[in-house]
Design a protein around this ligand. Sequence first.
Ligand SMILES: Cc1cc2nc3c(=O)[nH]c(=O)nc-3n(C[C@H](O)[C@H](O)[C@H](O)COP(=O)(O)OP(=O)(O)OC[C@H]3O[C@@H](n4cnc5c(N)ncnc54)[C@H](O)[C@@H]3O)c2cc1C
Length: 449
Amino acid sequence: MVSYDVVIVGSGIAGASLAYFLSKDGFKTLVLDVKPFERLGDKPCGDAIGKHHFDELGLEAPAGELLEGYVRGIDVYSPSEKVKYRVMGDGYEVHRVKYTKYLLSEAINKGVEFWGESQGVEPLVKDGYVVGVSVWVKGRGRLEVGSKILVDASGMARAIVRRLDFKWPVREDIDPKDMNIAYREVRKLKKEVEEPEILRIYVSKKVAPGGYWWFFPYSKEGDVVNVGLGVQGGMNYPNPRDLLHEHVISREVFNGSEVVEAGGAAVPTRRPLKTLVWNGIAVTGDAAYAVNPVHGGGKGSAMLASWCISKSVRHALEVGDTSAKSLWEANICFNKRYGAKQAALDIFRLFLQRLSDEDLEYGMSKKIIKEEDLNTVSLKGDLELSVVEKAMRLLAGLSRPSLLFKLRRVAHYMNDVKQLYMNYPEEPEGLAKWYWEVEKLYSRFKEEV
Ligand SMILES: Cc1cc2nc3c(=O)[nH]c(=O)nc-3n(C[C@H](O)[C@H](O)[C@H](O)COP(=O)(O)OP(=O)(O)OC[C@H]3O[C@@H](n4cnc5c(N)ncnc54)[C@H](O)[C@@H]3O)c2cc1C
């Protein structure tokens, strides 16, 4: 049986960035994907990534043909579209295919192997460890490939972990209500967009129940936009494509526009997987639910999860121990940098999904949470209690006090869950007890708010 130090199943941004990070160490690494090389990274996406993700990981900012445009900020519109919050922050519209292929090509140049049109079918398990994967390779049939560490980077397919028994903590399946079903089109308009470096997000329960719709210009072209809509899963809401066409594409700005690309996919919008690693296995990207639960952006956090995993894989291979304990640091690394904020934003997401359009309109028009606070919530997952208290004093006597009381409770819960994730167990033995605390907090929150 052919064997590798690391086998990565899936070469979207999570798998390709992991191969990139690992390639510097000279481990014998194989990446496989059901797609041929030319189509890697080709999946429906809004393509927006904050600049801070590249800065934090020491990655060169995408430039030239890897880029569709620059971003300077985001306008968030209320349900009536009369109130607008402008949140400034630099970022990019990234060419999803070229950027993914760039990361993997860099890894291949350093000796990483790639098999296209190859499907990871199921993990091979021996004595409580994942020791390889069975692969179906176009033109060669079924093969068994050995691995010291197997990585599931197959996105929402979760092709490897969902074939493991439920007693493996990396199996943790997702509740459909913790997903967003999103559809987007890239369209060439008849006219250039005003302020093409400003992305636009529209919250409206009527148009996008449990999600939002977006209008993201590609500033390099000026007249090309990425327009899409997401709805909460598991709620029997209408198809996001129908909603987008009925409420958005019917607008004047799209008259005479041409569809360049179209497609949809599911996005996990919850707290991260309870552990990214177990004996002989790691999970990254969408497969590990490493996505911002409020805006559904998952590319930056996928790269971060892969970076944390690369450090643990390096350690485990160097000491010759691929147990959960030896790989554990990946969890601490990810939760300190992102998972804690992500869990806090998950609480905020659950709250937002319960608000009516009237509540949202009221909250935004009265500036209960201001632009700068929204920025802090989104960057750090902190809804400062002082912000809510101030709003409560200012708005005393106005209607909807219950909304403010709820917001205060939400701020408390966000803070509590964040603390819980900052105190992630130091070793795998502590996982079950810690996760029991997390689930207790979530059920209390759901009952209360
Ligand atoms: C409509 C939409 C808009 C979005 N907008 C944004 C945005 O603007 N910004 C942002 O940051 N995020 C956005 N996201 C989320 C983002 O696209 C994902 O978080 C990100 O692409 C996840 O990357 P990944 O590598 O984990 O998974 P994927 O990109 O899904 O990659 C998984 C790879 O695994 C391969 N694969 C699957 N099964 C197997 C198998 N059995 N064997 C071998 N290979 C396999 C697939 O072919 C694929 O190449 C959006 C998502 C959607 C659906």
